[in-house]
Design a protein around this ligand. Structure first.
Ligand code: ASP
Length: 589
């Protein structure tokens, strides 16, 4: 027998019992007559003690142990003389009578502690050691619980889990596909699903009514901290539903998960239109934990001889509470330079400080009277001590930049309370986005998203300009500035779907080739349907107040899309390429 108990469960009530524990050596301490060893497993740490006077040989054996050795110890539970209140097993220790080394270990390249000294590269290369750290194990335990809770909730609400294939044809979600060559069909390729979108719609046509799946999706795109080439979604679809029924159902799921996992009761989620979110926050995923909303200045500041404003399409600002006298010229300069970095690309920033004594200091004082500046404060609801920061330029670009500035000020002033969770729905997205470079429309969500009912006729018959104004029956769930999920009511009518493909620049042939099966299915009694998908990795990270999803994924890829533990991707043998008809000699001239 390897163990009678795990390393996290013995308590004072177990005093005197003989027990067997197995685990990893966290660390050892030699205090002359006594040798202590901390023994660790997934459940916790228990202190082992060896007394040189009572058992010299055993103590000497204990002194040979090093970090990460795997051992089995038999002994008696006794009360500790100096207790450790920070540890669940901190009242007891094991007086060891027998010790067995099950496996030795090389010295690990970084410390197996929550605060490790290992850098990202090293941790990923030795992920099996990294995964021994308690905080990462807690993340994976959280994730497992969250998946279980999700399954229970959705199943109790009548959803059935259906698996959809991984070797498919492209499903466009706006990224590149990963492709897999088919050996049996020379020259042909599968695509890995960017999502199960078309399959879940087919399941609705098939009458499955309520579907869900916790499913891997694959997107070949440039990586960021919150992106991985393969990631997991809670994917759902429902038939005979309105938008609000879908939102209610998934607001219900979200509240349930927060209550069960964190004991937090979330209030009802407000709904905000895309347009309103862009006007107030310059973003379709606003962090609403703090205010500092955009103040529109375009109308009132133009036409007073300040050329930068006079030539701008859009002028807006934020009011930073109580910082007028804290922010020095040097800090303003540094903030301006931060905005001028190529990632953000501002030309400059205008500030207006409303000092406590009522005096005003501003970079545009030459062009505007105090009376005018005071009227700006009024619009901004500014109090003495506040400071306005303003940007101007082309509307869309400036909104993005001001959004970055707002978030940066939120970070600097620590306004993003990590214990607060602000959830909201963003609704009424544009259906199509015009791309100047390719001179094409793109689907803002994906090509299967329906326009709002009132826009259907305009979509079928309208001109180019009309298309830009169409609204989609699409929605996103946003929590603390992170997009947790998104979905839409779908098109379920062949003619409308065809029209959408036309608008998106697919030839009839291309549309038929790629999505003929779906449009065909629409001709056999497709019910009205809609759905949503949550980013499961991100939901885990956000619920734990963390930015990176990597530590909620057991084996993530790095920012170049590599798994450095197994060293993938890697070259394959020429014979393998040959079998797949990919060897150079097989490729026709
Ligand atoms: N398939 C969509 C996505 O991956 C979600 C949905 O529309 O249900 O974003």
């Amino acid at each position: 027998m390897y163990r009678t108990h795990n390393c996290g469960e013995l308590r004072i009530e177990d005093l005197g019992n003989e027990v067997i524990l197995s685990g990893w050596v966290q660390k050892g301490r030699d205090l002359g007559g006594l040798t202590f060893v901390d023994l660790r497993d997934r459940y916790g740490i228990t202190q082992l003690v060896f007394n040189v006077e009572e058992n010299k040989k055993l103590t000497e054996q204990a002194r040979t142990l090093a970090r990460e050795f795997v051992i089995k110890a038999t002994g008696f539970v006794r009360e500790r003389s100096s207790k450790n209140p920070n540890r669940a097993t901190g009242d007891i220790e094991i007086e060891v009578t027998n010790l067995q080394i099950l496996n030795a270990s090389k010295t690990p390249p970084f410390t197996i502690e929550n605060q490790t000294d290992g850098g990202e590269e090293l941790r990923m290369k030795y992920r099996y050691l990294d995964l021994r750290r308690s905080n990462i194990q807690q993340n994976l335990i959280f994730r497992s619980q969250l998946a279980l809770r999700t399954r229970n909730y959705l199943s109790q609400n009548g959803f059935i889990e259906v698996e959809t294939p991984n070797l498919i044809k492209s499903t466009p979600e706006g990224a590149r596909d990963f492709v897999v060559p088919s050996r049996m069909n020379p020259g042909e390729f599968y695509a890995l699903p960017q999502s199960p979108q078309t399959f879940k719609q087919i399941l609705m046509v098939a009458g499955l009514d309520k579907y869900f799946q916790i499913v891997k999706c694959f997107r070949d795109e440039d990586l960021r901290a919150d992106r991985q080439p393969e990631f997991t979604q809670i994917d759902c679809e429902m038939s005979f539903v309105t938008r609000d029924q879908i939102l209610d159902q998934f607001e219900g799921l979200t509240k349930h998960l927060f209550k069960f996992m964190l004991n937090i009761s979330l209030p009802d989620f407000p709904k905000m239109s895309y347009d309103e979110a862009m006007e107030r926050y310059g973003s379709d995923k606003p962090d609403t934990r703090f205010e500092m909303e955009f103040i529109a200045f375009t109308e009132i500041v133009k036409g007073h001889g300040f050329p930068v404003f006079d030539s701008a399409e859009y002028i807006a600002g934020i009011c930073v509470s109580g910082e007028a006298e804290n922010y020095s010229n040097k800090q303003i300069k540094e903030l301006t330079e931060w905005l001028q970095r190529p990632q953000i690309g501002c030309k400059g920033m205008i500030y207006v400080k409303y000092n406590i004594d009522g005096s005003i200091k501003s970079s545009v004082g030459k062009f505007y009277s105090d009376e005018q500046l005071n009227s700006w404060f009024k619009i901004a609801n500014a109090k003495p001590g506040d400071m306005l920061l303003m940007l101007c330029g082309e509307t869309e670009k400036t909104r993005k930049q001001l959004c970055e500035l707002r978030l940066e000020m939120g970070r600097r002033l620590e306004l993003m309370d990590p214990s607060k969770f602000n959830a909201l729905w963003i609704v009424d997205f544009p259906l199509l986005e015009w791309d100047e470079d390719s001179e094409r429309f793109h689907a803002m969500h994906h090509p299967f998203t329906s326009p709002k009912k009132e826009d259907v006729d305009r979509m079928l018959a309208g001109d180019h300009e009309t298309m830009k104004a169409l609204r989609a029956d699409a929605y996103d769930l946003v929590i603390n500035g992170s997009e947790i999920g998104g979905g839409s009511i779908r098109i379920h009518d062949r003619a409308l779907q065809q029209r959408n493909f036309d608008l998106l620049g697919f030839t009839r042939e291309e549309a038929e080739n790629q999505f003929g099966f779906l449009m065909g299915a629409f001709e056999y009694g497709a019910p009205p349907h809609g759905g949503i998908a949550f980013g499961f990795d991100r939901l885990n990270a956000v619920m734990n107040g963390q930015n990176s999803i990597r530590d909620f994924i057991a084996f993530p890829k790095n920012t170049s899309g590599r798994d450095i533990m197994i060293d993938a991707p890697s070259k394959v043998d020429i014979t393998q390429l040959d079998e797949l008809n990919l060897a150079l000699k097989n490729i026709p001239e």
